[in-house]
Design a protein. Sequence first.
Length: 81
Amino acid sequence: MLEQLTALAGQMGYVIRQEWLGGSGGGACEFGGRRYIFVDLALSALEQLEQVAAVLKKRPHAAAGTRTTARDECTGIRRAA
């Protein structure tokens, strides 16, 4: 299911980045005119699935192909120390 949801996110215009964030990060980010979803590899597959689903649920405008703003925006992403 995770593969299917990330594929759907890709079709919606997101770039999926899988990063080791130590279990404390991940989420949506938009910069340089592109939308990203950072998936925390420290989480279980179910938690990763929930992470991607939460982004798509919060950002339904992405499905319509519209941009939120011209400025860069990142939410909920923290790198592990």
